[in-house]
Design a protein around this ligand. Structure first.
Ligand SMILES: N=c1c2ncn([C@@H]3O[C@H](COP(=O)(O)OP(=O)(O)OP(=O)(O)O)[C@@H](O)[C@H]3O)c2ncn1[C@@H]1O[C@H](COP(=O)(O)O)[C@@H](O)[C@H]1O
Length: 119
């Protein structure tokens, strides 16, 4: 598909790439499924998108146990791309996830778990 302004080449090679990717993914809503894999996923609906995310997560697990770091990198990129699609489908802005992660800084996971079981 012809690349709109938000597309690829200028994507920063760091964590901000996920924000950039999410904008590209969002721009594919309503696009032609014949020209965009993302548009094809949106057209197939939430259940298919959720299923793809599950499959990609399993592929990361398999890569980590049986393949090695290079495969973990490529499978992780597939996983994050499909997560960006699921966020867009669900109406979740990546910033909401960054905010939630930031909110958790300084609270040990064990502390948080203990607080939950005490409820
Ligand atoms: N990062 C990705 C990305 N990672 C993985 N994929 C696609 O995800 C698919 C996953 O592979 P699978 O073998 O599971 O897919 P499949 O065999 O087609 O399986 P089904 O969908 O039929 O179940 C492949 O077709 C990959 O090309 C991605 N497709 C797109 N992007 C990004 O999204 C942008 C927009 O892409 P389009 O929407 O295609 O224009 C691209 O420029 C990229 O930046």
């Amino acid at each position: 598909m012809a690349a709109p302004e938000a597309d690829g080449a200028a994507a920063p090679p760091d964590g901000r790439v996920l924000d950039h990717l999410s904008r590209v993914v969002d721009s594919r809503k309503g696009a032609d499924p014949a020209e965009s894999y993302t548009a094809k996923l949106f057209a197939r609906g939430p259940a298919k998108i959720a299923q793809k995310l599950g499959e990609e997560a399993t592929e990361v697990v398999v890569a980590s146990l049986a393949e090695g770091p290079d495969a973990v990198v490529t499978e992780s990129a597939d996983l994050l791309y499909h997560l960006a699609v699921l966020w867009a489908q669900a109406g979740v802005a990546p910033e909401a996830v960054w905010t939630e992660l930031a909110r958790r800084f300084g609270t040990s996971g064990l502390e948080e778990k203990a607080g939950r079981t005490a409820e």
